[in-house]
Design a protein around this ligand. Structure first.
Ligand code: SF4
Length: 237
């Protein structure tokens, strides 16, 4: 009896360590064969070498698929490649990494597109998805959407994800309705920590990223005079 299968890198084909490449890796191979590994590695920064396909979506003027070297800042990707919002309004929030990625405010647009740089700011690059929101977005509803997404997609195997996501939707609904906001925010933070560290896979484990980043960077959307974010939420600022 095991909680989940072993990682292929540890135990894969014939029980031996196995490499599994994704489309991203295969797509890089022709350039590397043509130009050499060093030419590919010359793109990027730090430990994030080469290029990354990014998907610009949401409220963005020039949405679509783009390939760029690691190291471009989030602001360059959104404002220069993406051309800002489609509506022409101010960019307020950008979700990076997919539906379970963290929300970044404009104040963090200097973050370079780099695995370590995003992790240092409690974010993730994930599959390179970037979804842009203008200043009409309601971030408490975005936080609820993350919990709803997790509740719908959960396979139900582990308790933090299966029950935590449903309790998360209920608790955020109470916050939206103005019920005991401070206490319910504490419940959400506790719930997110349980899901992050107690879930068996990335679905339950990553759902706290959009929720906690919305709470950390857009606290004013969660209603009432809540005061500054607790120290544990400010640690990575
Ligand atoms: S975290 Fe993963 S394994 Fe656990 S219930 Fe959610 S989807 Fe299933």
């Amino acid at each position: 009896m095991r909680a989940k299968p072993p990682l292929p890198a540890h135990k894969g084909l014939f029980g031996r360590p196995s490499v599994i490449n994704n489309v991203l890796s295969f797509a890089a191979i022709p350039f590397i064969l043509d130009n050499g590994a060093k030419a590919y590695a010359d793109f990027g920064m730090g430990r994030s070498r080469g290029t990354m396909p990014i998907q610009l979506a949401g409220n963005i003027r020039y949405g679509g698929l783009f390939e760029t070297a690691f190291g471009a800042t989030l602001g360059e990707l959104v404002d220069e490649i993406g051309g800002g919002t489609f509506t022409g309004r101010e960019v307020r929030a950008v979700q990076v990494g997919g539906p379970l990625g963290a929300y970044f405010p404009r104040a963090l647009f200097d973050t370079p597109f780099d695995y370590e740089a995003f992790a240092a700011r409690d974010g993730l690059i994930g599959h390179g998805g970037i979804v842009v929101f203008d200043d009409t977005v309601d971030m408490v509803k975005q936080a609820r959407f993350a919990m709803e997404f997790c509740a719908i997609e959960s396979c139900g195997k582990c308790t933090p994800c299966r029950i935590g996501s449903t309790r998360g939707v209920e608790t955020i609904n109470k916050i939206i309705n103005g019920e005991r906001v401070a206490e319910n925010l504490a419940v959400i933070e506790d719930l997110c920590n349980t899901m992050k560290f107690g879930s068996l896979c990335a679905l339950g484990g990553f759902t706290p990223y959009p929720v906690m980043s919305a709470l950390k960077h857009f606290r004013e959307d969660f209603g009432g005079d809540l005061g500054p974010a607790p120290a544990r939420l400010q640690a990575a600022e």
